[in-house]
Design a protein around this ligand. Structure first.
Ligand SMILES: [Co+2]
Length: 350
């Protein structure tokens, strides 16, 4: 799942305080629980700093990556022209659970000029068509694998070339990324690869450092040479080039129904509080969607979600639409970088 940049700052620029969110809104028991979660996460992060250099320390990330690559294979087998997006999303959700992991975010199924952040609502009637991007997240205990692919469902040469361009950008970036390499060098490799197909990358979308329960943990991987001097350190990175025949930028579109906890706040209604506690416990700071809330709480849950959103506690992601209405293709893998290793977790072949 990509990160959009708003005039220099990123959409994930504000660090959220989930502890405060839950303690002010969800009662004493949940405060205790949230305190425990926060404390455990903090301890984990301190430990992580000392453990970042061995690939063995990333076991859950590697496992999540293997599962994500199985999900990609599965997704490719069920996606066909005319199949309902809702059916595709629900089957992917169930398959992830069946393989003993959880979604790290709602699967993004974005068509043509919608670059990202589109997921079906509970009663969605739309079907698969055009140039479809499928962005999948799998997590085990908050350790995430983030991967995506694009399919051409209308046998169109331009679509096929756009997909090749994004994939070759990804390949170039994976070759380039290493400890100490500047992120702008990786961006340059992506940009050159995409331009060699006479397309442009989307400039205000980027890849991102991943940490436990934190999809966008600070460092970003640009899709062009942004001339910033930021070096790659040990860690887990999602690299996700987007190619387009449009202007090379995205703007905010319709609300997506994808949310994440953002700021502390409170809701008065008892039922809304119950829904909020569920969100705090189940998703922590990871994105979730209205479809999942409907599944758990039915239509009352959607009302509660609106109340929680109105209280300023949630961030709702807008759909991201290419500014010139160009078509967009995407390719993505998650890569672990350590002193000794470079492992593409989502490229598992048995
Ligand atoms: Co991503």
């Amino acid at each position: 799942m990509t990160e959009k940049h708003y005039g220099g700052a990123s959409s994930h620029g504000l660090k959220k305080d989930i502890n405060k969110t839950s303690s002010q809104t969800a009662g004493v028991d949940n405060k205790k629980k949230a305190d425990e979660i926060t404390k455990a996460n903090a301890e984990e992060k301190v430990m992580d700093r000392g453990r970042h250099d061995e690939i063995e320390d990333y076991n859950d990330y590697v496992k999540a990556g293997k599962i994500a690559s199985e999900i990609v294979k599965y997704a490719k087998s069920i996606i066909k022209l005319g199949v309902k997006l809702l059916e595709i999303a629900e089957k992917i959700d169930s398959k992830i659970l069946e393989l003993r992991a959880k979604p790290a975010f709602p699967v993004n199924l974005s068509i043509n000029e919608i670059a990202a952040h589109d997921t079906p609502s509970f009663n969605d009637e739309r079907t698969a068509s055009g140039l479809l991007k499928v962005d999948i997240g799998v997590q085990i205990d908050g350790c995430t694998a983030d991967t995506s692919f694009s399919v051409d469902l209308e046998n169109n040469e331009e679509n096929k070339k756009l997909i090749q361009a994004a994939e070759s950008g990804l390949k170039a970036a994976i070759e380039k990324i290493n400890l100490g390499v500047q992120t702008s060098e990786i961006g340059k490799a992506i940009e050159n690869a995409i331009k060699s197909f006479n397309f442009v990358p989307i400039h205000n979308l980027s890849g991102h450092l991943i940490e436990k329960y934190d999809l966008h943990a600070g460092i970003t991987i640009p899709n062009y040479d942004n001339s910033q001097e930021i070096q790659i350190e040990s860690g887990v990175y999602a690299i996700e080039p987007f190619s387009t025949d449009g202007l090379g930028n995205v703007r905010d579109g319709k609300p997506s129904g994808i949310y994440r906890l953002d700021k502390p706040g409170s809701v008065r209604d008892n039922f809304a509080r119950e829904v909020l506690s569920f969100i705090v416990e189940e998703y922590q700071s990871l994105p979730f969607c209205s479809r999942w809330i409907y599944k758990k709480f039915s239509s009352r849950g959607l009302l509660a979600l609106r109340q929680i959103e109105a209280a300023g506690i949630l961030h709702q992601y807008p759909q991201l639409v290419e500014s010139g209405k160009g078509k967009v293709a995407q390719a993505e893998h998650t890569v672990i970088i350590t002193k000794k290793d470079k492992v593409v977790t989502t490229l598992y072949s048995n």
